[in-house]
Design a protein around this ligand. Structure first.
Ligand SMILES: Nc1nc2c(c(=O)[nH]1)N[C@H]1C(S)=C(S)[C@@H](COP(=O)(O)OP(=O)(O)OC[C@H]3O[C@@H](n4cnc5c(=O)[nH]c(N)nc54)[C@H](O)[C@@H]3O)O[C@H]1N2
Ligand SMILES: Nc1nc2c(c(=O)[nH]1)N[C@H]1C(S)=C(S)[C@@H](COP(=O)(O)OP(=O)(O)OC[C@H]3O[C@@H](n4cnc5c(=O)[nH]c(N)nc54)[C@H](O)[C@@H]3O)O[C@H]1N2
Ligand SMILES: [Mo]
Length: 765
């Protein structure tokens, strides 16, 4: 078997049902309870659930959706996904203790599925895999820190080390981590953002001066029209459906842009509403644009062209000329450039008619209260940055930025991925932060940009980097080109993972490997001065505290703060002015340092203690675009990409199922899409199945060929599905073997996980 990829076996009993036409409802609530209570023991599970997203409880580890600013209902502030993420963390029935590692060698564990690895429960003790050993064995914390410190200090240059972050890390841990890494001497800080919303960050920073959402929670409910592009909210941000339902009841309209009729886009049943339960849910989408994969740029351009035509028909009613004149630059060039594009051609690229696009434009032509929401369906393409810049063009035409009920709303994935960046986890650190750190801590931080995720893999592959340290995440499975990435990790001298749960990255290891088990979001965190809390930033820029509530499964777990501080102390060994132990003892002291060095965090300890937290400064929300190249919001000229597919070629998007959180698989079902007991499936249009001479449920291989090299993902079952011709979909991470390491979005380097050209052939059994 291939040592770098998950096993390719089927469960053997794929069941296909009808895809659902609504999300949430009682089933979702029932499923939530089922998941939590099954694995946790009733007391722990309840304790965790009732504290989830309450103002004095903990921040849901699942996604970065914001909490309502006002009152919260006691039970509704979690969703099925959140409940599963909590269950996954608080489960106690099993633990991945030293007994497990004694029983199974690394080779044995490699043959287990990702589902099985996750089901082993929480890690309980630091473990080490020594050079040439077959099994992980326990190691004491001080020895682990010393071993990593010795390896780091033995490198020829600090730039031979890589420090990855996944987005669950708290602000406090993230801040210490980036401080330590900069003091060690490198900016090699790739993070999961590099594979996620980096295209968003780049596009928004260029066009508006800040890489974050311009909306607040209230804007969703106040909008007249919300356009949801490239996102599957029923699965990946179910709580978003609550304000959507409210805005609909206020008379608002929803436009959905997606190659799939995702259940969460169609209708929503509010589980606490007797009316919904009796009468059925609220229809959500008013205009559904079933676009071809990666045609969104063409669609947005067509919408801009139609808006200009509408403005000619009703001058002064459609475009916000005052906003354009006062706050933007590049308008004339942008308008001129639209002449080069033909409406019918643009519509055809999307697989739509002009009339369908007009129907959507009619909903928002006379109102600026337009919110555009987007996620991975826009970011993970070669032209991700261009597409998002085009989306900004549309909002600028309407003057929709910096008004109540309007704006740009990327939905971040991991619960604190945005906060980690704010705290300085970034391979291209901001000069202001470097200057502040230099002043406060009296050292010279490195200015040279570091490796992002893809560059880090290449550096390890080429032997330029030799130590990989991961603060959370599952790098081996999350990055593209699984075999290449696996080989890169295997070439390291040392790989270290700070983790809550066992995952495949622990098994695809360097010469020496360490697993350092940490507290999760739900766990109580008690340090020398008493119980501590941490804080996180939501997708709308609210920073709030999070208190763990359940007792840790093992006395050997350390908090991420304690781990980072322990490592910093051992590695820098007197070379820093920081008292790492005192910071671990009292997280208020970390927040004091953040207050002194990070913009917008003045009086952090005070503000974060206010119920509900506080908003950090956001220029674009106030129509302040001072941080762009000329101080104005930028219109940009972007050209749609044509995917000229040769016969037999299809465009593959790699997507999430209902029962996974990124690389963590909770179960093999995808209820909303009607798929049960199996993840190795490929969704195809019936005509494409017929054209290729395939049958429903036939077993096939998928191949991608780039730069003369063919990569293959073996054994997927064909599922006929309502998807545009020429487009196919399959689950990530199983399909990451097909994404070439060199195929990234322009300017953001995000792997092209949503538009991979593939061919499909029957598997030779
Ligand atoms: N339950 C659960 N929740 C999660 C996660 C999880 O794995 N499970 N992951 C978290 C993370 S880190 C993230 S980043 C978010 C991800 O949240 P999403 O972006 O919603 O997740 P994906 O499954 O990647 O779905 C992408 C959606 O985009 C559509 N799509 C794909 N290509 C295109 C395209 O070219 N154009 C358009 N218009 N649509 C397209 C797909 O059909 C799908 O509906 O979710 C977060 N929340
Ligand atoms: N083909 C393809 N590839 C993709 C994507 C895609 O859509 N398609 N999506 C991309 C996206 S959007 C993202 S964000 C990345 C995700 O990439 P990652 O963030 O690297 O992956 P996760 O699966 O979220 O990481 C799960 C692991 O994190 C650890 N963990 C969980 N909670 C904690 C915690 O509180 N602390 C610590 N220290 N560890 C914890 C657990 O051990 C668990 O096994 O994948 C990317 N890769
Ligand atoms: Mo993500």
């Amino acid at each position: 078997m291939n040592q770098n990829t998950p096993p390719e076996e089927f469960t053997g009993d794929l069941e296909l049902g009808k895809p659902k036409t609504e999300a949430a409802g009682m089933t979702a609530i029932a499923k939530s309870f089922e998941h939590v209570l099954r694995g946790t023991g009733v007391g722990r599970g309840w304790k965790a659930l009732v504290n989830l997203n309450q103002k004095d409880g903990f921040d849901c580890p699942s996604c970065a959706w914001p909490d309502p600013d006002g009152k919260r209902s006691a039970i509704a502030e979690y969703c099925e996904s959140g409940a599963k993420a909590v269950a996954d963390e608080v489960m106690t029935k099993h633990t991945a203790s030293p007994v497990l590692f004694q029983r199974y060698s690394v080779a044995d564990l490699l043959e287990k599925s990702d589902l099985w690895l996750g089901q082993q429960g929480r890690l309980t003790q630091p473990m080490i895999l020594r050079p040439g050993a077959t099994h992980y064995v326990p190691i004491e914390w001080p020895d682990a820190f010393q071993l990593i410190a010795d390896q780091l200090n033995a490198l020829d240059s600090p730039n031979e080390a890589i420090f990855y972050t996944s987005g669950r890390t708290s602000n406090e841990a993230a801040y210490l981590y980036q401080l330590f890494v900069k003091m060690f001497g490198t900016n090699n800080m790739p993070d999961c953002s590099n594979m996620c919303h980096e295209s968003t960050t780049v596009a928004l920073t260029e066009t508006l001066g800040l890489g974050k959402a311009t909306v607040t929670y209230e804007d969703y409910e106040a909008a007249d029209v919300v356009m949801i592009m490239g996102q599957n909210p029923g699965t990946t941000a179910p709580r978003m459906l609550t304000p959507m339902e409210k805005m609909k009841r206020n008379g608002g309209k929803i436009i959905a842009v997606n190659p799939l009729h995702e259940a969460g886009l169609l209708a929503f049943k509010y589980p606490q509403s007797p009316r919904d339960m009796l009468l059925g849910g609220e229809k959500l989408t008013d205009v559904f644009l079933q676009v071809r994969i990666n045609s969104d740029l063409a669609l947005l351009k067509a919408m801009c062209k139609l808006l200009l035509e509408e403005e000619k028909k009703a001058p002064g009613k459609v475009l916000d000329k005052h906003f354009i004149d006062t706050y933007t630059s590049g308008y004339e060039d942008f308008v001129k450039s639209l002449d080069h594009f033909d409406l019918n051609d643009l519509a055809a690229q999307c697989g739509l008619t002009v009339a369908q696009i007009q129907e959507a434009v009619d909903l928002f032509k006379y109102t600026p209260k337009l919110v555009i929401i987007w996620a991975m369906g826009l970011t993970q393409h070669k032209n991700g940055v261009a597409t998002i810049s085009e989306l900004i063009n549309l909002l600028l035409l309407k003057g929709s930025i910096g008004i109540k009920g309007g704006g740009a709303s990327p939905i971040r994935g991991h619960s604190n991925v945005q906060g980690d960046r704010t705290m300085g986890v970034y391979e291209k650190p901001k000069p202001e932060l470097l200057a502040a750190l230099e002043k406060e801590f009296k050292f010279t931080p490195p200015h040279e940009h570091g490796y992002d995720a893809v560059a880090a893999v290449k550096a390890m592959h080429e032997g330029k980097a030799k130590v990989f340290f991961g603060l959370g995440g599952n790098f081996a499975m999350a990055v593209s080109d699984t075999n290449y990435t696996g080989e890169a990790l295997r070439r390291c001298k040392l790989t270290v993972h700070v983790s809550t749960k066992l995952n495949r990255s622990h098994l695809i290891h360097g010469e020496t490997a360490l697993i350092l088990p940490c507290l999760g979001r739900t766990d109580q965190d008690v340090q020398a001065t008493g119980p501590q809390f941490v804080s996180c930033e939501s997708t709308t820029g609210v920073v709030a505290q999070s208190h763990g509530v359940v007792e840790a499964v093992s006395p050997h777990l350390k908090s991420e703060v304690a781990i980072v501080a322990g490592l910093a102390k051992a590695t820098l060994n007197g070379r820093s002015t920081v008292d790492w132990d005192s910071l671990t003892a009292d997280y208020d002291r970390i927040r004091e340092l953040i207050a002194k060095t990070v913009d917008g965090f003045e009086s952090y300890n005070e503000k974060v203690r206010k119920p509900g937290g506080f908003y950090i400064p956001n220029g674009p929300r106030q129509r302040d675009f001072a941080k762009t190249s000329d101080g104005k919001a930028q219109f940009t000229v972007n050209v749609p990409t044509r995917h000229e597919l040769q016969t037999g070629n299809l465009l593959l998007m790699t997507i999430r199922s209902q029962d996974q959180f990124n690389t963590t698989v909770y179960a093999n079902d995808d209820r909303y899409r009607g798929v049960y007991n199996e993840r190795r499936v490929v969704f195809m249009h019936a005509d494409d199945i017929a054209n290729l001479g395939l049958q429903e449920k036939q077993v096939v291989d998928m191949h991608s060929t780039y730069d003369g090299m063919t990569r293959t993902a073996h054994r997927f079952i064909v599922v006929p599905y309502d998807i545009p011709r020429g487009c196919v979909a399959a689950y990530y991470p199983e399909t990451n073997v097909l994404v070439p390491i060199d195929q990234m979005a322009e300017k953001s380097n995000t792997p092209i996980s949503k538009s991979i050209v593939v061919t499909i052939t029957p598997t030779n059994e």
